[in-house]
Each structure stands twice: as structure tokens, then as C-alpha cells.
Design a binder for this molecule. Structure first.
Ligand code: CTP
Ligand code: MG
Length: 243
């Protein structure tokens, strides 16, 4: 069941939201993107922040294939800002991204890819990534320094301690010139790369970094959801810190 692509202006920035995962590490139940955070599905938080970004003119969500109609109805109820489209995701994250890419209108020149599982990524981060692509970068990723000591192991034996000063933990939204991302997604070895920038690197393009945001952490395991609830209760409108 597809819907017509919304009309957008030439050079538009679109945000793709892969949201079709089961969330197995979070435990059994509703697909992760539809699990509640502050009483609202995580996907709604993620879409709201993208749609509120100044530079984003279209949001395309890749939903669990058996829940496209529900997700469409859910977002119609909760959503304002940039126009929205919902497509069926695929069995892997990359296939979900590809399904959303295929739905983009021709006018879209810049694509952000943002995990539904990062519901609290701030609007300012979304705009900072989009701005960096608009300023000329082919690919842009938000990163944070690695705070844990990192070791390489073989089985249960430490082989070396890695110098973490050059390591960065990578977040989303990641931003790309559309043609660069589309070309990277043609790579047949695509499934063993965990983020879109990894594909773009492999295709030989330069990926640049911008400062990430702590709130853009990914909800992967049950403890992450506890943290997200605590963060949301502080940053939500009317929360203890306000917004
Ligand atoms: N994703 C997707 N389609 C898939 C698999 C993942 O759109 N077939 C999305 C998830 O919905 C999530 C993002 O990719 O927003 C990041 O993936 P991850 O955190 O691994 O989520 P899940 O795959 O749902 O979780 P798990 O790996 O624990 O099952
Ligand atoms: Mg996964």
C-alpha cells in the first residue's frame, strides 16, 4: 500500500527513519520503534525532532512491514512540521534504508538517515548535520569521544589496549549528498556494515565528523530505556529543565 510522494522544492533535505527492526536486544514485545517513552512511541519522538528541524522538508519512515497502516495512523495523530511518508521496511536495516531511499521525490538533494531508536536526538543536532552537508561535505556523522578504555581481545585474553584518543563513537542522524548515499547502497557487500557512513567510506568518499549530542544515544538494551525515560522527564516541555 503506497501513497504519493509529497511535493517538495528542488534541493530539499529529507530525513529517512529506519524503524522496522524488532528490537530483539530490548526484549520481547512490540517492535522497538513503537515502544513507549514518556507514554509516546519512540518513533514519534524521533520523527517530531526531525520534522521540527529548520532544514528538513520531508520525513520518510520505514515501518515494520506488517504495521505500515498503524504507523501511518499513529504519525498522522502525533505529527506536525515537515510532510511525512511511511513505507514498508525490509528484513535488515540497510534494506529498510533502501526502501525509504526509493520513495524519495527527485527534488531531494540531501538525505539524513536517523535511527528511530535514537528518540531524543536534539533538533539542533539534526540541523547541524544538514548544514554541514549543505556547506559541501559528501557525508557527515555526529560523533562523541569514547570514554571507556578499549581493549582488543582474542577469546578471553587481552591482546592490546587500543589508543582511544583517535576513536569516536558514532551516532545518527548521518547526512549525505543523495547521489553519494544511493551509490553506496548499490554495494553488494552491504549487509556487514552497521551504519550508512560505513558504506559511503567503502565507496571511497570522505566522511567528516561534527560534535554529537549525549541525548542522541541509541536505545538498544532495557537499561537504555530507563535512561531515556529519565532524560525525557528532564528535557520534555514542562519537565524540570524545560526546553
Ligand atoms: N531497523 C530497520 N529495519 C530492520 C532492522 C533495523 O529499520 N530490518 C532500524 C531499527 O528500527 C532502528 C535502527 O534500524 O531504528 C537501528 O537498529 P537497531 O538499534 O539494531 O534496532 P533493532 O534491529 O530493532 O534492534 P535489535 O538489533 O536489538 O533487534
Ligand atoms: Mg538491529
Amino acid at each position: 500500500m503506497s501513497e504519493p510522494a509529497p511535493r517538495v522544492a528542488e534541493g530539499t533535505v529529507a530525513a529517512i527513519v529506519p524503524a522496522a527492526g524488532r528490537g530483539e536486544r530490548l526484549g520481547p514485545g512490540t517492535p522497538k520503534a513503537l515502544r513507549l517513552l514518556g507514554g509516546v512511541p519512540m518513533l514519534v519522538h524521533a520523527v517530531r525532532n526531525l520534522a521540527a528541524a529548520r532544514l528538513v522538508s520531508l520525513v520518510v519512515v520505514a515501518a515494520p512491514p506488517d504495521q505500515v497502516a498503524e504507523v501511518r495512523a499513529l504519525l498522522a495523530d502525533h505529527h506536525g512540521g515537515a510532510p511525512l511518508q511511511v513505507v514498508a521496511g525490509g528484513p535488515t536495516r540497510q534494506e529498510s534504508v533502501r526502501a525509504a531511499l526509493a520513495a524519495l521525490p527527485d527534488e531531494v538533494a540531501v538525505v539524513l538517515v536517523h535511527d528511530a531508536a535514537r528518540p531524543l536526538a536534539p533538533v539542533e543536532l539534526v540541523d547541524a548535520v544538514a548544514r554541514a552537508v549543505r556547506a559541501g561535505a559528501e557525508a557527515v556523522i555526529p560523533v562523541l569521544p569514547v570514554t571507556d578504555t578499549v581493549k582488543r581481545v582474542a577469546g578471553d585474553v587481552v591482546v592490546e589496549t587500543v589508543d582511544r584518543s583517535h576513536l569516536r563513537a558514532v551516532q545518527t542522524p548521518q547526512g549525505f549528498r543523495r547521489a553519494v548515499l544511493e551509490e553506496a547502497h548499490l554495494d553488494p557487500g552491504v549487509e556487514d556494515v552497521t551504519d550508512d557512513a560505513g558504506l559511503v567510506e567503502r565507496a571511497g568518499h570522505q566522511v567528516v565528523v561534527v560534535p554529537g549530542a549525549e541525548e542522541a544515544f541509541k536505545v538498544t538494551r532495557p537499561l537504555d530505556l530507563v535512561l531515556a525515560e529519565a532524560v525525557w522527564s528532564r528535557i520534555r516541555p514542562g519537565g524540570s529543565r524545560g526546553r
